[in-house]
Design a protein around this ligand. Structure first.
Ligand SMILES: Cc1cc2nc3c(=O)[nH]c(=O)nc-3n(C[C@H](O)[C@H](O)[C@H](O)COP(=O)(O)OP(=O)(O)OC[C@H]3O[C@@H](n4cnc5c(N)ncnc54)[C@H](O)[C@@H]3O)c2cc1C
Length: 97
């Protein structure tokens, strides 16, 4: 699988997805490369693993504590990114950050 855009160079695999509230899901991602991040940082996600649509999500995991990088996404009706992340992306899929 090739990098869709240099803005999203890290390939992540979806390890699990947890529904938090009726319209919010947390995606737990595993990165096989060394992905360094700081508390409060946001990441750009390539929506549908393409170059055209990028969305920012705050990383909700704590660096150095969780083995996963987590994103907590509220589904916005008709939203290109949040609908894809919360409806179509499944465990085992790959995302680019
Ligand atoms: C720094 C940063 C951090 C963020 N962190 C988070 C986070 O942790 N969690 C989170 O859930 N979100 C976060 N966001 C918001 C996130 O980036 C997206 O903006 C959000 O998920 C909506 O994107 P979308 O692609 O789902 O919706 P979009 O496709 O951008 O659409 C948004 C809304 O506009 C409507 N719309 C779209 N196009 C049109 C149009 N042409 N005419 C009329 N209406 C239209 C859609 O129907 C929808 O209701 C963050 C944003 C920033 C900037």
């Amino acid at each position: 699988m090739t990098m869709p855009t240099p803005l999203c160079p890290y390939r992540m695999q979806v390890h699990h997805i947890k529904q938090e509230t009726p319209d919010v899901w947390t995606l737990s991602l595993f990165c096989h490369d060394d992905y360094h991040y700081d508390a409060g940082q946001h990441a750009l996600i390539s929506i549908r693993n393409g170059a055209d649509t990028l969305r920012a999500y705050t990383i909700s995991s704590t660096p150095g504590v969780s083995p996963f990088i987590t994103l907590t996404v509220r589904r916005i009706s008709g939203g290109a990114g949040s609908e894809w992340l919360t409806r179509e992306v499944k465990r085992g899929d790959y995302l680019w950050l």
